[in-house]
Ligand binder design. Structure first.
Ligand code: GLU
Length: 292
């Protein structure tokens, strides 16, 4: 029998809050119950946002929570080669193009389209507008000339072509009890449009890095927050294109703040370290996140 492999994959962009504690504890509890392995992965591929002091604080918080994980932890910033090979593979399938529009240009292009059509421009499940440009149809020499002239660009996936290539996709979603029945969820990656695969300073965008890492680390059970539920469609698409195995998924409930919104690192809400300094115990944290 294969041993299940779980992972908690924080981005070191800020301190951990109660939402992360729930995620880490649910992973650790499920791994323990299943006699599985527990990994921690530092998702610092976006070097413009990741900070080593946040990584240290995150690992301290996990130790304090009593979460036993295997060492060394995988740090995405040390594995650019793995992401580059995956990108090459997607490019060899003719699915990658250079996109040159800045954020402001994207907003302007969408405003023009909305005025012309009298309809809102389509948005992805996170509410961001789909990439509007026809960069995808640019000839290779033209894109090369723009890049050589110093125009910054990101690499994007040609979603229409990719989705057509792989056909219908789904994933297995299990509930609070890992051994209970799982549901087959139909994946709709096209809802995300032409996603970014890599940026100027970022060797791989989140979606690409996460599927490569989960496969390289042999992750069998991806347990994470409900906020990433729809992103799973993109992950299934990339896994299929790259010939990677499909883990099973469990997207747990989110912890919301007093305003009813999901906690965020940037708002500094309900930071674990602050609660610890204020005298909270691990039992208190478990109770606060509803793990009793
Ligand atoms: N790094 C992501 C985050 O901190 C989690 C990614 C995942 O679990 O797939 O939100």
């Amino acid at each position: 029998m294969t041993v299940p492999v779980f992972r908690f994959a924080p981005s070191p962009n800020g301190p951990l809050h109660l939402g992360h504690a729930l995620s880490a504890l649910v992973n650790a509890d499920m791994a323990a119950a299943a006699g599985g392995r527990m990994l921690v992965r530092i998702e610092d591929v976006d070097v413009t946002r990741a900070r080593p002091e946040h990584e240290r604080a995150i690992l301290d918080d996990l130790d304090w929570l009593g979460i036993a994980y295997e060492r060394p932890v995988r740090r995405q910033s040390e594995h650019a080669d793995d992401y580059a090979s995956a990108l090459e593979r997607l490019a060899a399938l003719g699915l990658v193009y250079r996109s040159f529009l800045s954020r402001t240009e994207i907003a302007a292009a969408i405003a023009v389209e909305e005025a012309r059509n009298g309809q809102p421009w389509p948005r992805d499940p996170d509410g961001a507008p789909l990439y509007p440009s026809r960069d995808r149809d640019r000839l290779e020499d033209e894109a090369e000339a723009l890049a050589n002239a110093g125009h910054p660009y990101a690499l994007r996936l040609d979603m229409t072509k990719a989705a057509r290539l792989v056909g219908p996709l789904s994933w297995q979603e299990f509930g609070d009890h890992r051994d209970g029945p799982a549901s087959t969820i139909v994946a709709d990656p096209a809802a995300w449009g032409d996603i970014v695969l890599a940026g100027k300073f970022v060797p791989a965008a989140y979606h690409l890095a996460v599927v490569v890492d989960d496969a390289l680390q042999g992750v069998t059970d991806v347990v994470r927050g409900r906020d990433l539920y729809y992103a799973t469609a993109v992950h299934r698409l990339l896994q299929t294109l790259l010939g990677l195995p499909a883990p099973r998924y469990h997207h747990h409930r989110l912890i919301t703040g007093p305003d009813g919104r999901k906690l965020s690192k940037s708002k500094g809400s309900e930071g674990l370290a602050a609660l610890r300094v204020a005298g909270a115990t691990v039992t208190d944290i478990r109770r606060m996140v509803g793990l009793g």
